[in-house]
Design a binder for this molecule. Structure first.
Ligand code: ADP
Ligand code: ASP
Ligand code: MG
Length: 461
């Protein structure tokens, strides 16, 4: 069971989490827990880490440390009053080392991907001991592990590390062996390389941690506890009448999260899928609601389109030039140049004349991408490269679209009628997704139009 940032935001929330866990413990369920940082803490850590190398002084460090102390101590006192002395010592040690690293980043004027990962793992490092103590306060034995101690071994790709399959065996030994007697608490979001260097798994990475741990212990089910009743037809902050989905397939969740649905980390389905483990998404604040089931083959309901999402922070790159026509190797030159700079390409579309290739990349990768592609113009492989930041990608998701004729027509007719200009269209080979690119300001509107077109707010069997 993984509890997200809002679910552990303060003492009252932690007590609610302990209520849930106590119920399962008493019922004889064996449970391992993964926890995130308290809501907002990871953002604060990222902000200060990125600021320090260029800051004129480091005066913001002590107030941040004081704020983290105050928040975690208040949570501790409320949720585990008998363990205050013991856990305060751990929190103080961790805050002291965090402060040291932040000063070092300022003094060196340097933040490396490695040091950044170390710093941003502190949100989980501060919260997990509080969670462990809160369980002990209720009489449930619990030991706390950081991601590395729990056995999450990863690639060295800092900020976006992927778990190595060897992790399974270590997790089983370290965590699986404890479940009969206690509820181990694992810090989400982090792992380490085989040399013990701390890595993080990408934003929202605790979902991924939960799935890695679940696969490692051969769990019957992986439960993601969050602050909404389940996976919904769209982001409820954009679509106020979005509806909770009873069941979705692994592929559908992957498509949704890949295209920005924040409810799950994009890679978090991988480990569950590998071991065919059922995943449930549930609401910590409404635990009796059934939530969403994520299974290999989502129930085929009468609906072709199930959910919609959009991602704002993307940019398009258009590569033009008649030179590309009929010339083998152009695509190779483009994609190797981008791969060398670790640019993440989200969508690709090529006109049938071959005179144009359009790519959608993370906005943060745009500069590296354009830089990497410049030599292709100089070398005469392509004529011109342009880019546009004022775009967003919208994804229409539903496994039922595979083989169902006419969905594309319905999507683009509805958008056309509303005057939305679609710039790029792409369909993944899984056919569980049709995605397209529109101007940024048209993103939420496109989602609204399609939510209505496919009547997603209405219950169906
Ligand atoms: P946690 O801290 O529990 O990991 P997150 O904030 O990362 O929670 O994810 C949950 C949030 O994801 C919800 O509050 C909701 O606003 C947002 N969200 C975006 N798209 C969806 C969707 N399709 N279904 C449910 N929630 C969504
Ligand atoms: N604390 C991390 C983040 O904010 C991981 C997570 O919440 O899942 O991204
Ligand atoms: Mg999350």
């Amino acid at each position: 069971m993984k509890f997200g940032g809002t679910s552990v935001a303060d003492a009252q929330c932690i007590k609610r989490v302990v209520d849930i866990l106590e119920g399962h413990h008493k019922a004889g369920d064996e449970v391992a827990v993964v926890v995130s940082a308290q809501r907002g803490v990871t953002d604060q850590l990222i902000a200060i880490a990125e600021k320090l190398p260029v800051a004129k002084d480091c005066s913001e460090v002590p107030p941040l440390i004081a704020h983290l102390r105050e928040r975690h101590m208040a949570t501790l006192k409320g949720a585990a009053p008998d363990y205050v002395r013991e856990v305060e010592e751990i929190i103080e040690k961790r805050l002291a080392s965090l402060q040291h690293i932040l000063f070092a980043i300022y003094n060196l004027r340097e933040l490396t991907p490695r040091s950044k990962d170390y710093v941003i793992s502190y949100g989980e490092r501060l919260l997990a001991p509080v969670m462990g103590a809160a369980l002990r306060q209720r009489g449930i034995p619990s030991i706390v592990f950081d991601g590395c101690e729990a056995g999450i071994l990863t690639t060295a790709q800092h900020g976006e590390a992927t778990a190595l399959s060897r992790s399974d065996e270590i997790i089983k030994k370290k965590i699986g062996s404890l479940l009969k007697k206690e509820i181990p608490v694992v810090m989400g979001f982090m792992g380490c390389t085989e040399n013990g260097i701390i890595t993080t798994l990408g934003r929202s990475g605790s979902d991924y941690s939960a799935s890695i741990i679940g696969a490692g212990i051969d769990a019957d089910e992986i439960w993601i506890w969050t602050d909404v009743d389940g996976i919904m037809t769209s982001d409820p902050r954009v679509i106020n009448d979005a509806r909770v989905l009873k069941s979705v397939s692994y592929i559908e969740v992957m498509e949704l999260s890949y295209f920005g649905a924040k409810v799950m980390h994009p890679r978090s389905i991988d480990p569950a899928m590998r071991k065919n483990i059922l995943v449930r998404v549930k609401n910590t604040f409404n635990p009796t609601a059934p939530g969403t089931l994520i299974v290999r083959n989502g129930h085929r309901d009468s609906r072709i389109v199930k959910a919609l999402t959009y991602i704002e922070k993307v940019a398009s790159i258009n590569i033009n030039g008649a030179q590309m026509i009929g010339r083998p190797g152009v695509a190779k030159a483009i994609f190797s140049a981008l791969a060398d700079r670790e640019v993440n390409i989200m969508m690709i579309s090529q006109g049938s004349s071959e005179a144009n290739i359009s790519l959608i990349v993370d906005e943060s990768h745009l500069e590296s991408a354009v830089d990497a592609l410049k030599p292709l113009v100089t070398d005469g492989i392509v004529r011109e490269i342009t880019h546009n930041r004022d775009v967003c990608a919208v994804a229409v998701v539903g496994a039922g679209m595979a083989g169902a004729a006419g969905t594309g027509g319905r999507i683009f007719t509805a958008l056309g009628k509303a005057g939305v200009n679609v710039m790029i269209i792409s369909q993944g080979s899984s056919e569980a997704n049709i995605s397209f690119v529109v101007r940024q300001q048209d993103g939420p509107r496109s989602v609204r139009i399609l939510h209505d077109e496919f009547q997603l707010s209405e219950e169906c069997n």
